[in-house]
Design a protein. Structure first.
Length: 116
């Protein structure tokens, strides 16, 4: 199993920045991909960004491209999401997700609120 713990959420004004972290523990050697998703009130959970755990190749949702950067520190088993130029529409609970062969793990989420 893989355990995921997110941190770094908070309240920020529009235009500000936050950096989210997600620490993975357990069978981290089985991780293939790590992702960030988010869920705003009354909306479905949506994809934000993904990164290959070994190669580092990344991809982003169009809504965050150019503003958010996903990265990872494999030695620390930590995933990051640097969020710049935040908008009120970015307000959501942000979830870390780890993909292993035939399964997927989720963290508990961290709240991000962006005020206008």
């Amino acid at each position: 199993q893989v355990q995921l713990v997110e941190s770094g959420g908070g309240l920020v004004q529009a235009g500000g920045s936050l950096r989210l972290s997600c620490v993975a523990s357990g069978r981290t050697s089985s991780i293939l991909l790590m992702n960030w998703f988010r869920q705003a009130p009354g909306k479905e959970r949506e994809f934000v960004a993904t990164i290959q755990w070994s190669g580092g190749s990344s991809n982003y949702a169009d809504s965050v491209k150019g503003r958010f950067t996903i990265s990872r520190d494999s030695a620390k088993n930590t995933l990051y999401l640097q969020m710049n130029s935040l908008k009120p529409d970015d307000t959501a609970v942000y979830y870390c997700n780890a993909r292993v062969p035939a399964y997927s793990y989720w963290g508990q989420g961290t709240q991000v609120a962006v005020s206008s």
